[in-house]
Ligand binder design. Structure first.
Ligand code: DGL
Length: 268
């Protein structure tokens, strides 16, 4: 098999990374994709760095056995605390992550340099978005807000619901006096409530890191001559560490299509 025909490996702490898979399917419809979601151990957003590094290493070793040509860290929390550990395992393989792609997009979008980031508690505490943005443009000011209640509300399917709206309003109130012009959705789940977020924070550009990551993958694979040119029906394989209640329904809403070829593997 030619290198370009191999799959793109994508992984996340659970179901959320399917927003990145969906963006990849739309942007790169010829590509084969293999996904791993650690549904038995999610959420990662409240776990320690050590644990996340250890789990990520197990996932990467599994994906490297699946004949992949590149790897996408779809989980912001993993990208925030375990990116270096992942890159150490992958050698020369192109590796992409939502934080670097989101930081590039945020810097391109802002005119005032005042950027807000919403994410899980672990991602915010790691300061990874602020570091990535300020490394690209030193005069940017990054204001971060942890939004731990949003992941459960979104998984409940409460995408346009009063409770979610009030929760979002409360979290976004921390940006009121900051005059941000750009808001990074620094968690896999948040693209699903983009309409609600834009209602609540008018006039601010939202950076959807799923879309920006898919764009980064497309550009880099093209430059490396690694895009799959074969126009066949692509192969999508989904691996999870557990199939919890309602997993299929939640997963299909994230992916916007049916989840076929779903298998359980246990790691560690
Ligand atoms: N995938 C995680 C992220 O993007 C959210 C879910 C979790 O806490 O594991 O940060």
């Amino acid at each position: 098999m030619r290198e370009s025909q191999k799959a793109i490996g994508v992984f996340d702490s659970g179901v959320g990374g399917l927003t990145v898979v969906r963006a990849l399917m739309e942007r790169l419809p010829n590509e084969n994709i293999v996904y791993f979601g650690d549904t038995a151990r999610v959420p990662y957003g409240t776990k320690s760095r050590n644990t996340i590094e250890q789990f990520s290493e197990q996932i990467v070793r599994f994906l490297l056995e699946q004949n992949i040509k590149s790897l996408v860290i779809a989980c912001n929390t993993i990208a925030a605390v375990a990116e270096h550990r992942v890159r150490r395992l992958t050698g020369a393989m192109p590796v992409f992550d939502v934080i670097n792609a989101g930081a590039d997009a945020a810097v391109a979008a802002t005119s005032t340099g005042k950027i807000g980031v919403i994410a899980t508690t672990t991602t915010v505490n790691s300061n990874a978005y602020a570091r990535a943005i300020e490394a690209r443009r030193a005069d940017c000011h990054v204001f971060s807000q942890a939004c731990p209640l949003l992941v459960p509300l979104i998984e409940e399917g409460w995408l346009d619901n009063e409770v979610t709206r009030l929760t979002v309003r409360e979290y976004l109130s921390s940006f009121t006096s900051k005059h941000i012009d750009t808001l990074v959705l620094g968690c896999t789940h948040y693209p699903l409530i983009k309409p609600l977020l834009s209602d609540e924070i008018c006039g601010v550009t939202l950076v959807d890191s799923a879309i920006t990551t898919a764009e980064a993958v497309a550009n880099k694979l093209k430059n490396l001559d690694l895009l799959n040119e074969i126009q066949d029906i692509p192969d999508y394989r989904f691996f999870v560490s557990d199939i919890p209640l309602r997993f299929r329904a939640i997963g299909e809403s994230f992916l916007n299509r049916s989840l076929d070829q779903l298998e359980i593997v246990s790691l560690g």
